[in-house]
Design a protein around this ligand. Structure first.
Ligand code: HEM
Length: 450
């Protein structure tokens, strides 16, 4: 192998430890500092752990084109198994991953996206009507409301309308498990005390399992409608070449879908609303577009009719991808650009670094939705490589179409119906290791217009 250039990174045990700590406590800032000091691809070593951060889009493209057998996911996501279960596709490798993901994938067919669009708008209107009165400004933490909204939408999309009345109850049972998943790594370490996040998450998962078992029983007795648009029904019916998911696998995939979609989508919604609210022209363009194009019969196809909302979401995802990096364990030496990443390393590609790379994006720190409306032939290819908030290939986000549709519709509806003035008048600090959320929430004064 001739890729023997040393991977750049901090020198000496102390500098490496300091960087590793910063990556855990303040990942976005630590990534920026690493890139400034050592370039977009770098290595941090602490004892036996070698963490290779890959933020150069050409290098990431090479990693994502490498055969999956060079990587393993189980160990890097180990702490999450308490929530998502041992058979979740996220912690599965090889054939198990292929089978579990393959059976879940058709559940996201376009036909279902169309029917979900209507529910997304209905739930958004319900929340706005519950929380705000026309013409009466009120202070609210929008991030908390965004989480409630995404939880309600997720439960409706998963279970269909039959469990609509119980959406809040189901959401509340799930919440402790989601809070655990959002904890920094230290909070996830096994702990014997009964009141830790871990213990609460464990109890929540047991409750969710018994709820799911009851739903499975009900559905099977009543007979599952093959035309149903609920994700759970689609999973209950899933079958390829005689293969099915057993009930334990089904429960794990369902909790995985809730877990993977909940924190990510609500965090990105908050970043999108924060960015757009601080950009009066963008807010007015969103409002005008929504007033013209959105009615109660929203469909997935209609998202194409709100290109400015979609561009606003894409631009927010460029600056604030849900996760600062996506890790995997390297199980055989692989080539990445001029380097060899050694077997045993943890490789984490970083959409955060790629989204801020000045070689690809003009004025990268400025929020400009328009850049996603115009094609720019000179850098189109680079931009496609550098904008991957949902990953790419066989481990990419299975819910990306739902997430993009949801975020565009929600952003459009919020702008159409609300005026939002952020309390701090600036973009919040990012926090969180797995999902980047606005630190301290998103306090704002909100005035309902319609
Ligand atoms: C803005 C919202 C979202 C973002 C930014 C996002 C991003 C991602 C990323 C970066 C990955 C990992 C890719 C990799 O490691 O290469 C991923 C995986 C995954 N996402 Fe999402 N996601 C979002 C919403 C959702 C939703 C709504 C769902 C489900 C309804 C979902 C389900 C999943 C699942 C199941 C995986 C694991 C796939 C596998 O292991 O094969 N995500 N997502």
């Amino acid at each position: 192998m001739n890729n023997n250039e040393a991977i750049p990174g901090p020198r000496g045990a102390r500098a490496n430890l300091k960087t590793a700590k910063a990556l855990v406590t303040e990942p976005c800032g630590a990534l920026d500092a690493l890139a400034a000091d050592h370039g977009l691809t770098s290595q941090v070593t602490v004892g036996p752990l070698r963490l290779v951060i890959v933020g150069d889009h050409e290098h990431v493209a090479q990693v994502l084109a490498t055969d999956n057998l060079a990587f393993r996911w189980r160990r890097v996501a180990q702490t999450l198994t308490i929530v998502i279960g041992k058979t979740s596709m996220i912690v599965s490798d090889g054939e198990d991953h292929k089978r579990r993901r393959g059976l879940a994938q058709p559940a996201f067919a376009k036909r279902r996206l169309d029917s979900w669009a209507t529910r997304i708008i209905e739930e958004t209107d319900r929340l706005i009507d519950e929380e705000f009165t026309v013409g009466s400004p009120r202070k609210a933490d929008l991030h908390v409301l965004h989480r409630t909204l995404i939880r309600r939408i997720s439960v409706r999309v998963l279970f269909g309308d039959s469990l609509r009345e119980r959406a809040d109850e189901i959401g509340e049972r799930i919440e402790p498990a989601m809070q655990y998943a959002g904890q920094p790594a230290l909070g996830q370490i096994p702990h014997p005390l009964p009141f830790t996040f871990r213990a609460r998450a464990k109890r929540a998962r047991i409750e969710v399992d018994s709820l799911l078992d009851a739903v499975f029983r009900e559905r099977r007795v009543a007979g599952i409608d093959p035309e149903s648009d609920s994700l759970v029904d689609a999973l209950l019916l899933a079958k390829t070449e005689g293969q099915v998911l057993d009930d334990a696998e089904l429960r794990d995939q369902i909790v995985t879908l809730i877990g993977a979609g909940y924190d990510t989508t609500s965090a990105v919604l908050s970043w999108t609303i924060a960015r757009a609210a601080l950009h009066p022209t963008a807010w007015q363009l969103l409002r005008a577009e929504a007033a013209q194009q959105l009615d109660n019969a929203a469909t997935h196809a209609r998202v194409k009719a709100i290109p400015y909302a979609s561009a606003t979401v894409d631009e927010a995802l460029r600056l604030h991808p849900a996760g600062p990096f996506s890790p995997r364990e390297v199980v055989r030496d692989i080539e990445v650009g001029p380097y060899t990443v050694r077997k045993g390393s943890v490789l984490a590609y970083s959409p955060h670094l790629m989204g801020r790379d000045a070689r690809v994006w003009d004025n990268p720190l400025s929020f400009q939705p328009d850049r996603f409306l115009a094609t720019n032939p000179g850098v189109e290819h680079q931009r496609r490589l550098a904008w991957i908030p949902f990953g790419r290939g066989s481990r990419s986000c299975i819910g990306f179409a739902l997430a993009q549709m949801q975020l565009a519709l929600l952003t459009a509806r919020f702008a159409q119906r609300l005026d939002i003035a952020l309390t701090d008048g600036s973009i919040p600090k990012p926090s969180g290791l797995i999902v980047t959320r606005p630190d301290g929430g998103l306090p704002a004064t909100v005035t309902r217009q319609t």
